[in-house]
Design a protein around this ligand. Structure first.
Ligand code: BTN
Length: 248
């Protein structure tokens, strides 16, 4: 196992590391930790019994996949929060590129695909401690050894397209990339945005967005704004979409 290497990288970044064989959700464990210690932590688990996905969905979390929450004391202002999404996704992409895999794309805002099949996603939550320290918690789910069948899109898992001895080797590499960007995000901002944009699926194509109120909205995907909202060309106008999911 690469626990030792992971602990070392995290320690160098003033971050604790906790691993569970099984837990309800690494997001909940990270919040419990923050309540007690108010300091940065990474929580991983082999299995979750109550995994949370975006938009109130469940994240199916059988043993063997990657479940990870990164809690960071946060000085980033709310309007810039999309930087966390971009850092996380491009770090996953770079990690896979280090293993020789190139066909990784992002489906706005937070989904990660290999050859049109989803293998991972992320959520972002905030946590305010009593001492008024603000934390963000980045929740990352990556299918490593299996993928669930989902009605609306195809899925895949890492072991079906990369040769890798165990998931901690992937995580070790991922944390190196992630903390490089986190430690340098101000200077690297342009580069981060450009890497994220370059990997977006459906850019300049007609798309249908499933809005959170179950209404659909159609238009041409023109890009993203600074805050991460999607720019849609519709009825001769550019409009911004703040939340929703692009239908495949
Ligand atoms: C998505 O809906 O696409 C994002 C899912 C994110 C799931 C991860 S798994 C680790 C962490 N713990 C959770 O309960 N959810 C996130």
């Amino acid at each position: 196992m690469n626990f030792y290497k992971i602990e070392k990288i995290l320690k160098n970044n003033n971050c604790n590391f906790i691993h569970f064989n099984s837990t309800t959700s690494t997001m909940e464990e990270a919040k419990q930790y923050l309540k007690k210690f108010q300091s940065d932590v990474v929580v991983t688990a082999d299995e979750q019994t109550n995994g949370k996905g975006r938009r109130g969905n469940k994240w199916i979390s059988p043993p063997g996949n990657i479940y990870c929450s990164i809690a960071l004391n946060n000085k980033v202002s709310v309007k810039d929060y999309f930087i966390f999404n971009m850092i996380t996704l491009i770090s996953i992409k770079l990690t896979l590129e280090n293993f020789g895999i190139n066909k990784i794309n992002f489906k706005w805002p937070n989904d990660i695909f290999f050859k049109n099949k989803k293998f991972g996603g992320m959520i972002l939550e905030t946590f305010n401690s009593i001492k008024n320290n603000n934390f963000v918690i980045i929740g990352i789910g990556i299918n490593y050894s299996s993928s669930p069948r989902i009605k609306n899109y195809n899925t895949t898992y890492l072991q079906s397209f990369i040769e890798i001895k165990n998931k901690f080797i992937f995580l070790d590499n991922f944390f190196k990339n992630f903390f490089f960007f986190w430690n340098n995000y101000i200077e690297k901002w342009e580069d981060i945005v450009s890497k994220y944009k370059k990997s977006l699926m459906f850019l300049n194509e007609k798309i249908v967005i499933d809005m959170n109120n179950n209404k659909n909205i159609k238009g041409i995907f023109k890009g993203i704004n600074y805050d991460g909202s999607l720019i849609l060309y519709k009825d001769d106008k550019l409009i911004s979409i703040y939340s929703g999911s692009i239908k495949i």
